[in-house]
Design a protein around this ligand. Structure first.
Ligand code: HEM
Length: 319
C-alpha cells in the first residue's frame, strides 16, 4: 500500500514534469526577442527564467525519484523503462542546473558592473538549448513508461528486456554511493563545507542588511555572493548523490521535506539579492523594510534547514 507521501510525490511529478521543457522554450524565446530588440530588461527576464527553471527542475527530479519508489513493484511497469528515463533525466538535470548557474552569474555581474561579461549570456542560452534537447528526450522516455502505444521499437524492446541494472548510470551511482567505503563520507564532508560556505556568506550579507557591521560597505559583502552560490552548488551535487544513493530513507522522512521546502526559501534569498531593487546600485544599497523582512526570513529558513538536516537520523531515521 503506497503511503500518502509517495502518492503525493508521484502526483507532483506528473504536475511538474513539463516545467523544464516548456520553461526552457519560454526562457529561450525571451532571450531571442531581447537579442533582436536589444532589450536589456527582457534579457534579464530571460536569465531570471533560466534560474527559476533550474530551481524547479530540482523538484521535478526529486519527485521523479519519489514516483519511482512508489511504482517500482507494479508488474505492468517496466523497471528498465523507468531506469532509461532516469538516466536521460540525469543528463538533462545536470545541464539545466549548469545553465541556471551561468544565468545567475550573468545577473550578478550585470547588477554589479552594469553588464555581464562578454559571452556569458550566449553561453547560458546555448546551455539552455542543450538542456532543452536532453529534457525533451527524457520527457519522451518518461511518456514511454505508461504509454506502450507511443513507444518506438527500440524503447519497446528495451522495456521488454530483463532488468539489467548494471547498464544504467544512475543505478551504478546508487550502488557506488552505498557500497564504497569512501564515497558517502567524502560527499558528507563536501556537503558540510558547502553548507558552511553558503550559510556563512548569506549570514554576513543578511546581517549587514539588518544593520550589523555598518562600517563595512554593502558592496563588499555583496561581492561574496558567488562564493555562497558555489557552496550551494556543492551541496546540490552531494545532496543529489545521497538522494540517488538511498532515496527511500529520505522519501520516508518528515524532516527531509521540511529541509527541501526551507532550502527553496533560503535559496530564493540569492535571487532576491541579485535581481530585485534594480534601481539601486549595489554600492548605494539602502535597506528598507522588505529587505529586512527577507533577511530575517532567510536566516530563519537556514536555521530550519540546519535543524532538519541534523534531525534526519533522529526524527526521520535516515543516517
Ligand atoms: C528532471 C527531469 C524529468 C522530466 C522532464 C521528466 C518527465 C516525465 C514525463 C513527461 C513523464 C510522463 C508522464 C505521463 O505519462 O503523462 C514522466 C513520468 C515518470 N517519471 Fe519522470 N521526468 C524527470 C525525472 C525523473 C526522474 C529522476 C525519475 C526517477 C526514476 C522519474 C521517474 C518517472 C516515473 C516513475 C514516471 C511514471 C509516472 C507515472 O506514470 O505514474 N522521472 N516523467
Amino acid at each position: 500500500m503506497p503511503s500518502i507521501t509517495s502518492l503525493n510525490l508521484a502526483h507532483l511529478h506528473l504536475i511538474l514534469n513539463h516545467v523544464p521543457t516548456v520553461g526552457s522554450v519560454v526562457a529561450l524565446g525571451l532571450l531571442l526577442v531581447a537579442f533582436v530588440r536589444r532589450d536589456e530588461p527582457l534579457k534579464y527576464a530571460g536569465l531570471e527564467a533560466l534560474f527559476a527553471i533550474a530551481v524547479l527542475t530540482l523538484l521535478v527530479y526529486m519527485t521523479g525519484i519519489g514516483a519511482h519508489q512508489l511504482l517500482r513493484n507494479q508488474p505492468e511497469l517496466s523497471e528498465n523503462a523507468i531506469n532509461v528515463h532516469h538516466d536521460a533525466a540525469l543528463a538533462g538535470f545536470v545541464v539545466t542546473e549548469f545553465a541556471g548557474f551561468v544565468a545567475w552569474i550573468a545577473l550578478w555581474q550585470s547588477r554589479r558592473r552594469g553588464r555581464a561579461a562578454r559571452g556569458l549570456v550566449p553561453a547560458a542560452a546555448l546551455l539552455s538549448v542543450l538542456a532543452l534537447a536532453l529534457m525533451g528526450r527524457a520527457a519522451t522516455l518518461g511518456g514511454d513508461i505508461r504509454h506502450p502505444e507511443i513507444r518506438t521499437d527500440v524503447a519497446a524492446g528495451d522495456a521488454a528486456a530483463a532488468d539489467d541494472s548494471e547498464r544504467f548510470v544512475t543505478r551504478r551511482i546508487s550502488a557506488y554511493m552505498v557500497n564504497s567505503t569512501w564515497a558517502w563520507p567524502a560527499a558528507e564532508t563536501v556537503h558540510f563545507l558547502g553548507l558552511s560556505l553558503s550559510f556563512g556568506v548569506l549570514l554576513a550579507v543578511n546581517l549587514r542588511i539588518l544593520g550589523v557591521m555598518r562600517q563595512v560597505p554593502f558592496a563588499d559583502v555583496h561581492r561574496l555572493l558567488p562564493w555562497g552560490m558555489l557552496g550551494f552548488g556543492a551541496n546540490l551535487i552531494t545532496g543529489m548523490l545521497f538522494f540517488i544513493g538511498q532515496p527511500k530513507q529520505y522519501i520516508d522522512s518528515a524532516p527531509f521535506y521540511w529541509k527541501v521546502v526551507f532550502l527553496m526559501i533560503a535559496g530564493a534569498n540569492f535571487l532576491y539579492l541579485t535581481v530585485f531593487k534594480k534601481g539601486a546600485a549595489v554600492d548605494r544599497w539602502d535597506s528598507n523594510m522588505a529587505d529586512k523582512a527577507m533577511a530575517v526570513s532567510s536566516l530563519l529558513a537556514w536555521l530550519i534547514v540546519l535543524y532538519a538536516g541534523r534531525m534526519l537520523p533522529f526524527i526521520g531515521h535516515a543516517f
